[in-house]
Design a binder for this molecule. Structure first.
Ligand code: ZN
Ligand code: ZN
Length: 746
């Protein structure tokens, strides 16, 4: 008789409440005690195996006459990398495990599959023992643990995470799920080692850099096949470890996302939630076959906004008929309110009127009733609602009030009693799921990928512990705080939660906020580029009314930057489209959908004013420039024509696949050469990291304090000179300027 093994008993992670597929059984390919417990690194030799990474043939028998089958290799690798790693790491943490606990057998004693569930008990034992202080002082096992984990990682990656076609693949001996079971186990052990070693003086730095990071997403194909958007799979691969990624891949794709078309999405950007206002349609609640719109008293809303107050809506149900209640919207000003944060594309907006269908209003009423007020309130009154669809006038004659409302959004969300996240995917997910499941769903949600919702969340986050932010799940609201609060799980890593935390709050110096913002906004998008400056300005708490005074997206970004007096100096070397306005040519046009985030290195803050940013880097001044033989051949830098030093080229694309792409590349090169030849006095401000891009500037004037005021031209690269380049390249005589000089790049 087969043993029935519940999913929840199979692994050390919380079970997935709403899975896409059943948890696979990981076959036990070897007897658990075939790992002989005599030491990790010599195990292959003791068992007659050798592994030579220089060879592409995978594990081989020391006795060359034996030709191992794929099953032999699989059994050996599992006993070494799974059972061996588990036994040895836990032994170093003072826990003796019975490897037999990790195998499930059928009634007749045959091996059936692996379970990591008993790890929960062993892990708890381990921390208890650590707390009891049974360890010998000075005995640090972390070095040895990190060596074992690194060995497991390098072995698996050598045979899996490679593009070289001649290499033996792990997939010939182990299924993807079996490989992932080893990685998840490794990450869980790493997590335990970090948490279980709180002894004073115990340096955890040994564990830094230990990890199981793959260049490729091993679950890409599986997730795309299940309908996930390519940008989501890419984002999750960047943000999560293997445990987090595997967990995410097991979630049932939310119905709403699954129904959307992601065929136009790119690795960087999901277009599924972009809104075209001219064709936008407000949607009814699922199951409603059509009901009438109920409008708010727009003139009353306008009057309240004109008075400098926030219009608050009270949704009143009339009559006792709960299925089709009559609804009346009342505008008030002083009640505590819940501000709704929603994804426009999901149908709760309205581009034509300040109204919503009755079914949606009834649902919003139900959701808001589920929220307990945080502030003092008497028992009889209810929380009001603020929602852009109802409270920001759309009528053309009220445009000035519309702008005023947008300028006050930060204040509106800040003053809200609570902020409720309304996202279709999250509302169809259960709030009873584990913390990691809810956090992963939130991370994947459309709500996390939109620009406006970022602002709404961040300003509400200023409240201690993020307690103000509520996420609507199918049974009711869940606080963001409860997803992210301690204790961190002992049994497994929880990178989804860490990623959520990194994606929302905003702390530190203004310069540091640049990197926080660029990290938080990397995966977000907006339908209207001109909205970005509004959100950024609101998030940093500056005067949005100045930004909305113009409709031009680029001018708005310049106004946003004008509020900031310090930026990271490295910003001038960043690859990104920039503003084309005097004083702001250093400034990125956008923080959204960037491939990299702006790093804020300590001590490299640069002051900024209307002339530009003031940086002090070494530079090369161009004394004389002779043109290349043909445009697109670039330049050789060096005073001595017989002994040139470096080759200067454009930092644009170097490759094109089609003829058209190639022509564009060449055009860009020619443009670069034209810029170098035609921009007057030129200097190359040198990046402290010499292999990265430098900033090419034209020097406009020298101030009385020796500051050189310049105009940013473009990024340029340097490399050593090829002999073939000497005859065809232009020649530039240079003067070196040391690091003490100040450059104002504008
Ligand atoms: Zn998409
Ligand atoms: Zn309806």
């Amino acid at each position: 008789m087969a043993v029935q093994l519940g999913h929840h008993l199979r692994w050390n992670l919380p079970d997935v409440l709403q899975p896409g597929t059943p948890l696979p059984e990981i076959p036990s390919l070897c007897e658990p005690n075939s790992y002989d417990k005599e030491g990790f690194f010599d195990f292959p030799t003791r068992r007659g195996w050798y592994i030579d990474f220089a060879e592409s043939s995978g594990p081989q028998r020391i006795n060359r006459d034996e030709v191992p089958s794929a099953a032999d290799k699989g059994a050996f690798l599992q006993s070494w990398l799974f059972f061996g790693m588990m036994y040895e790491v836990l032994r170093l943490l003072n826990v003796e495990v019975d490897l037999e606990d990790f195998v499930v057998r059928d009634g007749d004693g045959t091996r059936r599959c692996i379970t990591t569930y008993p790890l929960r008990r062993y892990f708890a034992d381990c921390t208890q023992r650590e707390r009891a202080g049974s360890r010998i002082p000075g005995d640090s096992p972390l070095t040895d643990i990190s060596k074992i984990l690194r060995r497991v990682d390098s072995t698996i990656r050598r045979y899996s995470d490679t593009l070289s076609s001649g290499t033996w693949r792990l997939s010939e001996a182990l299924s993807l799920d079996t490989v992932l079971s080893i990685l998840v186990l490794g990450e869980s052990l790493l997590n335990l080692a970090k948490l279980a070693m709180p002894l004073p003086g115990n340096d955890q730095s040994m564990l830094h850099g230990v990890g199981f990071f793959w260049a490729r997403n091993p679950l890409e194909q599986r997730m795309r096949g299940a309908g996930w958007c390519i940008s989501t799979t890419k984002m999750l691969h960047t943000l999560l470890d293997t445990t987090g990624l595997y967990y995410a891949s097991r979630l049932r794709l939310p119905t709403h996302s699954g129904q959307q078309s992601h065929s136009n999405c790119t690795m960087q950007q999901c277009f599924a939630n972009h809104v075209d206002e001219s064709t936008y349609q407000t949607q009814h609640f699922e199951g409603c076959r059509g009901c009438e719109h109920i409008s708010i008293d727009v003139e009353k809303v306008a009057k309240v906004i004109g008075q400098g107050k926030t219009p608050i809506v009270s949704i009143n149900l009339l009559g006792a008929d709960n299925d089709r209640p009559d609804i009346e919207l009342e505008v008030t000003t002083s009640a505590p309110y819940v501000a709704i944060s929603h994804v426009w594309a999901q149908g709760l907006g309205n581009a034509q009127a300040n109204s919503l269908p009755r079914c949606q209003l009834a649902r919003i009423k139900r959701m808001v009733c589920g929220i307990r007020p945080m502030g003092p309130m008497d028992n009889t009154s209810e929380l009001g609602v603020w929602m852009d669809t109802l409270c920001i006038p759309v009528a053309p004659h009220l445009k000035p009030l519309r702008k005023l409302s947008i300028a006050r959004l930060e204040e509106t969300y800040r003053n809200a009693d609570q902020v409720l996240v309304v996202d279709k995917d999250l509302m169809s997910a259960s709030g009873f799921a584990s913390r990691i499941e809810k956090a992963t769903r939130l991370l994947c949600s459309a709500w996390m990928r939109r620009l406006w919702t970022y602002q709404e969340a961040v300003v509400s986050n200023l409240h201690p512990n993020c307690e103000k932010l509520q996420i609507q799940f199918s049974e009711g609201p869940v606080t963001f705080h409860s997803l992210c609060a301690d204790p961190i799980s002992l049994c497994h890593s929880e990178t989804a939660i860490r990623s959520l935390l990194l994606a929302l709050p905003l702390t530190g110096s203004v310069s540091f906020m640049f990197s926080t913002l660029s990290r938080a906004l990397r995966y977000r998008t907006t339908s209207r580029q001109s909205d970005e400056a509004i959100c950024l300005t609101a998030v940093l708490g500056h005067d949005v009314s100045k930004v909305v005074a113009t409709d031009n997206a680029e001018e708005r970004m310049a106004i946003f930057y004008s509020f900031i007096d310090t930026v990271p100096a490295e910003i001038i070397f960043r690859i990104a489209p920039r503003l084309q306005m005097d004083g702001y040519r250093w400034a990125p046009l956008s923080f959204l959908q960037q491939t990299t985030q702006i790093a804020a290195a300590k001590g490299l803050d640069a002051p900024r004013d209307s002339h530009g940013v003031y940086v002090t880097f070494p530079a090369l001044r161009f004394l004389s420039i002779s043109p290349p033989k043909n445009l697109s051949n670039h330049f050789v830098l060096g005073e001595d024509p017989g002994n040139p030093t470096i080759y200067l080229s454009s930092a644009g694309a170097k490759m094109g696949r089609t003829d058209e792409e190639w022509r564009r590349v060449v055009r860009e090169w020619e443009e670069f050469d034209r810029v170098v030849l035609g921009s007057g006095e030129i200097a190359l401000i040198l990046n402290p990291s010499p292999t990265s891009q430098h900033a090419l500037v034209s020097v406009l004037r020298k101030g009385p304090d020796e500051t050189r005021y310049c105009r940013f031209l473009c990024l340029a690269e340097t490399s050593s000179v090829h002999a073939t380049s000497l005859d065809i390249c232009g020649r530039v005589a240079i003067e070196r300027i040391d690091a003490g000089a100040t450059w104002c790049v504008g």
